[in-house]
Design a protein around this ligand. Sequence first.
Ligand code: HEM
Length: 153
Amino acid sequence: MSAVSSVSASEGTSPDNPAPLIEPPRARTARTPKATRTNFELYGWVFMRLSGIVLVVLVLGHLLIQLVLDGGVSKVSFAFVAGRWASPFWMAWDLIMLWLAMLHGANGLRTIINDYAQRDGTRFWLKMLLYTATVFTVLLGTLVIFTFDPNIR
Ligand code: HEM
């Protein structure tokens, strides 16, 4: 029997509204654990949608430039990257794409781990691995974009 149908049909009903009244399952009470009293998951949900919209533009534009226009992928070389990163516009494009894709992907994987990891220890260590990889990649990518030297030998 589901949680909904376990509520007796007469509970909370009135002649005007025959539907049973069901208490919201996640109503916050004094006994709600502190960790779940914030709106973190709501903001995470909104972030996935907003970053997804921005990523459509950034990622499709990136793929078009790198893989389709001007002879496709064969034109991508050190000189090509150096030419693009001479412009603050493309540096900003790549930086925002890096940060949004990493945070979007990491938050998505965090949700998947929370959904599927059954043991507390497994969930904890998978998320630690995810956060470590995310911080490492974001910092390394940011460092490369800002310290790129076109005259390197
Ligand atoms: C190109 C534009 C993209 C759009 C429009 C987009 C959109 C979305 C949306 C709306 C969700 C939430 C789905 C849900 O809550 O049910 C999501 C989840 C996710 N996204 Fe993206 N995304 C994009 C790119 C990316 C990229 C580049 C990555 C990887 C770096 C990624 C990895 C993920 C992951 C792992 C999830 C979680 C999936 C799940 O909960 O089952 N997405 N995406």
